[in-house]
Design a protein around this ligand. Structure first.
Ligand code: ATP
Length: 332
């Protein structure tokens, strides 16, 4: 029997002896409990492997992070942000879930939902662009996941088609919370912290290096093409910054390229702060209206999530739980 408490690497083993007496044993999950399979991808500080829980035969993606490398490159903070954020976002179908964390001498291990479909970016590249129906479906799932994370006080800050993974049903699983910003949630503060069950030794690992758990508001993070103008001009990110990125993603799915793209980062930033972009011929009119209301320099003047949901582009979408029970449209 397995007790999937977020982040707590434990399972409960039930034992019945010959007299029928039951005993329960709490067992910590570790590397030995999984059989590792193919490599799913490599990050700058990590390798992600497919793995199977030997007991339950459940498949996961395990992100293996090399401790020495992380310390050397001063990335401990980001690893902690990723873990704390994932622990806060334990319960949405559109967000990669963290089941267990553990470590050995060399590595940290994050046991995550396996997204067998890979990155949304791969499909955009393969198909060139999406039609309106597919853009509506994937846009709606991404937005629903953003709404959930914002409700939990999390700003992603690096939304882009590479960070939108797809599961076996071709449904969205948002990932890469290493640069997220955690807002204080006064009403739920104890709850949010309570969910963050850091492994003791890992906590020591973080504390020893003196890294704070929370990211500061004003550090440049994100990927050039999707970065919001307020991050470039005021070095500040807000919930609206994720909606800017969302606008860029809708544009990209339909146009096949992001709205702001130039030869180098500096030129891309120039285009963003000057709102310099063009719709390709044939870009659907309703979608154009939505994008124009999202790619607005002043973040307070952008559509908010409720406005986006009721925009004509998303007409007919069943929001909430029903959205995740729906069959994904065939990508064509
Ligand atoms: P970087 O750290 O350089 O920004 P990254 O964020 O892509 O890179 P990882 O999160 O380690 O690094 O992911 C590495 C690769 O593994 C990615 O290309 C991603 O597509 C794949 N991957 C990550 N998580 C999963 C998952 N849960 N299921 C399937 N594939 C995954």
């Amino acid at each position: 029997e397995e007790w999937k408490d977020r982040g707590a690497a434990v399972s409960i083993q039930r034992h019945v002896d010959s007299n029928g007496n039951q005993t329960h044993r709490i067992v910590k999950k570790g590397v030995q409990d999984f059989s590792f399979g193919r490599t799913l991808g490599e990050g700058s500080y990590s390798t992600v492997l497919a793995a199977t829980d030997r007991q339950t035969l459940t498949e996961y993606a395990i992100k293996v992070l090399d401790k020495r490398h992380i310390i050397k490159e001063k990335k401990v903070k980001y690893v902690n942000i990723e873990k704390n954020t994932l622990n806060r976002l334990g319960d949405h179908p559109g967000i990669v879930r963290l089941y267990y964390t553990f470590q050995d001498e060399r590595s940290l291990y994050f046991v995550l939902d396996l997204a067998t479909g890979g990155e949304l970016l791969g499909f955009v590249k393969k198909l060139g662009s999406f039609d309106e129906e597919c853009t509506r479906f994937y846009g709606a799932q991404i937005l629903d996941a953003i709404e959930y994370m914002h409700s939990k006080g999390v700003i992603h800050r690096d939304l882009k088609p590479e960070n939108v993974l797809l599961d076996e049903h071709m449904h969205v699983k948002i990932t890469d919370f290493g640069t997220a910003k955690l807002l204080d949630l006064p009403s739920q503060a104890s709850n949010a912290d309570g969910n963050t069950q850091l492994d003791r030794r890992e906590q020591d690992f973080a504390n020893n290096i003196g890294i704070p758990n929370h990211e500061r508001a004003n550090s440049f993070v994100g990927t050039a093409e999707y970065v919001s103008p307020e991050l470039l001009t005021d070095k500040s990110a807000c919930k609206g910054s994720d909606l800017w990125a969302f606008g860029c993603i809708i544009f990209q799915l339909l146009a096949g390229r992001p709205p702001f793209k130039a030869g180098n980062e500096y030129q891309t930033f120039q285009k963003i702060v000057n709102l310099e972009y063009q719709f390709p011929p044939g870009f659907p009119k309703v979608a154009r209206d939505l994008v124009e209301r999202l790619l607005v320099l002043d973040p307070t003047k952008r559509l908010n999530i409720e406005n986006i949901k009721s925009h004509p582009f998303f007409e007919g979408v069943l929001w909430g739980k029903r959205l995740w029970k729906q069959k994904a449209p065939r990508l064509k």
